[in-house]
Structure formats: C-alpha cells, structure tokens
Unconditional design. Structure first.
Length: 433
C-alpha cells in the first residue's frame, strides 16, 4: 500500500510545520532518502526526505499551509501499485475528547482544565498551547468581574472620587479587604503612570516582530531559566599547547584533506573526553529520573542572521580531530545557508558556546534544555601568569565557564569536570590515548 509522507517532528517543542515548497511534483519518481520538499519550523527550514522509492502522489498540502506533526502530507506509490485515492483521514474526535497538541495537553493538565471547553484554532480545529493560554486568561478576567471586591465603605467612596478601579487594587486589610490607604496608593501609582505617558515618546527606529526563530529562542531560554536552577563555575586554562596542536594539525589537514582544524574542534574533542569521565554532565532530567546518555553528542552554538542554531556532532568521543573539524565545518556552513537537515540538530547531550572570536573574555551561557550543562568559552588572550619560583610569565589564557542544572549536577561534580577539561587542553597529547 502507499507509504505516507508525514509532517516530521524536528524539535522537542514543535507542534506543526509550514510547507515552504515542493522540490518534486505530483507524479514524479523519487528515491528513498531524496529530498522532496522543504518545511519551515520556528527555528530553521528543513528538507524532508522520501520515506520510500516510488511515485510521489496525493499531495495534500500546498506551500504556505501549516500542518500538525504526524499528519500525512503526501504518499509514495510503490512500484507495481495503482493509485486510487488517499486513505480516508481519521474522523475528528468528539467534543468530549478534542484533538490537542502535547504542549496544550500538559498545560491544561497542570491547570486542571477540561480541554473540551477550549476552542481550537489549529489545523482541523486542533487545540494548541496558545488556545489554552488564551482560555485561561479569559477565565481569570471573567472571575475577576464576577466576584465582588472586598473593600470597606470609606474605600469604596474614595475610589469613586479618585476614579480608581477597585478590581486593580491590592487589599492589605483583614482577609485582603481594601482599605482607604490602599486606594490612595493605587491612585498615586495611576498618577505616576499618567505622568510617564505624558512625556514625549522616543522615536522608534524599527519594530521587529518576535516571531519564527527569535520567538522560539525567547520561549526556550525563558523556560530554561524558569524551570532549571542554574549555577556557574569558571576556570582559567593555559592554551599554549592547545594552540600549537591546532596550528600543526590544521596546516597538515588543509593540504592533505582540505579541512581546517579549529580550536572549537579541539574543544569538542576535549569536552567529549571529559564527559566520558563525568557522565553526570552528559545527562537529562526526565520526570522523576536522571538519564545519563551513552552517546556523547556535542552541539555547538552557531550564529545565523535570524538568531542561533545548535548543530550537533554525534559520537564526538569516538572521532578524531580532523573528522570533527570536517563535520563541524560542513554543518556550520549549512546553518549559515539555512540548509540544515533534521539530523543536524537532533540528539545533543551537551553544548559549547564560543564567543572568543568576538573578543569576549568571559560570559555565562543559559542552559540548552533539556541538557544538564553548557560550556561558555571566552577568547584566548596573552596574560601575565605567576609560574614556578613566583616568576611572572606571559601565557595564552582562556576562561571557560560551565553552567549546570543543579537538579542534576552538584558543584563538586562541575568542578571536577572543569579540572579534567583543563588537563585535556593544557596537555592535549592525552586525547590521543
């Protein structure tokens, strides 16, 4: 029977995808793994590959349409098969059990909300996270209007005289009852707001809608800070030997295989080596369990015009520097060109954010959820260092700052990881063992 082409899920929080364009036309022959269309998520545009070899048929979504993840968007007719019609879509669930996205279901469950009462605005009437948030907001407003405000009679008279809405006043009396002093404070606050609004407004150069990738980053980072208790640990590392290794290997690799080995590639290899020795940092909190991952897949934050993406180097602990450098170079180029594939962004267990190339000495990175830790790398700079015999020497130094989720990692664990990472960078020969 025909193989469905479904809207894939590229990201953990993704609920739908937007069809950008079809790379193959209805009736064309396609090969398994061949790119047949482009889909846009909140972060990037992705290519969707054919799940089987055959004829592309039954296209159900046009460019510009938004389709929920898991929904069929076309079919592949296998050799020898005859196309009759697309399989009938599943009947819509009854109002008592509306279709809803996973994020909407979790939000409704957290607030004890019956989803059957929430109107859906998603494709096919599907209830989205935004629908649940809007419903909760309307419910709060309705309750405020229906409930009688508790206030003493004098406060009510004063509120009428000063045009103060008692529903917006916080009461400090017994049981939260509004007193006259509460009304006066609210009136003073209204006066200050009015004075500020009366000032000449500053000229706006431009307005940038918080949409697409920028919105996804804002929501993801806000959730990270809100949900994860984060702490940071920093260490200074002597980078002279690391720079020498990068310089020697890069000169050879460019001539031999056309790959430029960078300091970031060495950082990936060193982090992978250290993570093998400290698996608590190569982990995720899932419900009531901490999952320590067998694979060491390191993501590297890459700046793009729309914001930030994190392509992943999988199995970094089992790859040599040249292989890591080649993979990193290819994925960074695809990121800048907007051609990242789904597998380029998936499966990361640890992240590196390097701002050294911008002249930044040190900074603190926010966790990339659901990972347990992220490493912020500052620039390599010549600094005076007190060496043996209290001699002052000038060495190439860099500051590394680790941000970790305190639910998963303790300070001592983070410190031991950084110490091993420092050893690997100051004596990079051990990475060859």
């Amino acid at each position: 029977m025909p193989v469905p082409v479904i809207m894939p899920k590229f990201e953990m929080a993704q609920e739908s995808g937007k069809i950008l364009r079809w790379l193959k036309r209805e009736g064309e022959t396609v090969a398994k793994g061949e790119a047949i269309l482009e889909v846009e998520t909140d972060k990037v545009a992705m290519e969707v590959e054919a799940p089987a070899s055959g004829t592309l048929i039954g296209i159900r979504a046009s460019p510009g349409e938004v389709v929920p993840i898991g929904e069929p968007i076309a079919y592949i007719l296998l050799p020898g098969e005859v196309w009759s019609e697309a399989p009938a879509p599943s009947p819509l669930p009854s109002p008592a059990a509306p279709r809803a996205t996973p994020l909407a279901e979790r939000l409704a469950q957290a607030h004890g909300l019956d989803l059957s009462a929430v109107p859906g605005t998603g494709p096919g009437g599907r209830v989205t996270k935004a629908d649940v948030e809007a419903y909760l907001a309307r419910q709060e407003v309705g309750e405020a209007y229906e409930g009688k405000v508790k206030a003493v009679p004098a406060a009510r008279r004063l509120a009428r005289e000063l045009s103060v809405d008692l529903r917006k006043v916080e009461g400090t009396g017994p049981g939260g009852r509004i007193q006259s002093a509460d009304v006066l404070r609210a009136a003073a606050g209204m006066q200050r707001i009015a004075e500020v609004e009366a000032l000449p407004r500053m000229a706006v150069r431009r307005r940038v809608p918080l949409t697409g990738m920028r919105r996804a980053i804002a929501e993801r980072m806000t959730r990270s800070v809100r949900e994860a208790p984060q702490f940071t640990v920093s260490i200074d590392v002597v980078m002279d030997r690391a720079l020498g290794v990068v310089e020697d290997l890069s000169a050879w690799a460019e001539r031999a295989v056309g790959v430029r080995v960078t300091l970031t590639a060495l950082l990936i290899r060193a982090c992978a080596w250290a993570l093998r020795r400290h698996p608590a940092l190569n982990a995720t909190l899932e419900g009531e369990e901490i999952l320590e991952w067998e694979d060491v897949n390191i993501g590297v934050a890459v700046a793009v015009p729309e914001g930030l993406v994190v392509p992943v180097v999988p199995a970094a602990d089992r790859k040599g520097l040249t292989e890591i450098a080649r993979e990193l170079e290819e994925k960074a180029a695809r990121a800048r060109e907007g051609r990242l594939r789904p597998e380029d962004l998936q499966g990361g267990t640890f992240t590196i954010s390097n701002l050294g190339m911008y002249g930044v000495d040190r900074f603190t990175a926010i966790l990339n959820p659901p990972q347990a830790a992220i490493l912020a790398v500052g620039r390599v700079a010549r600094r005076p260092v007190v060496g043996e015999g209290d001699r002052v020497e000038v060495r190439s130094m860099a500051t590394l700052t680790l941000t970790a989720d305190h639910r998963i990692v303790d300070g001592a664990q983070a410190a031991r990881f950084l110490e091993d990472l420092r050893i690997a960078l100051e004596r990079p020969g051990i990475l060859l063992g």
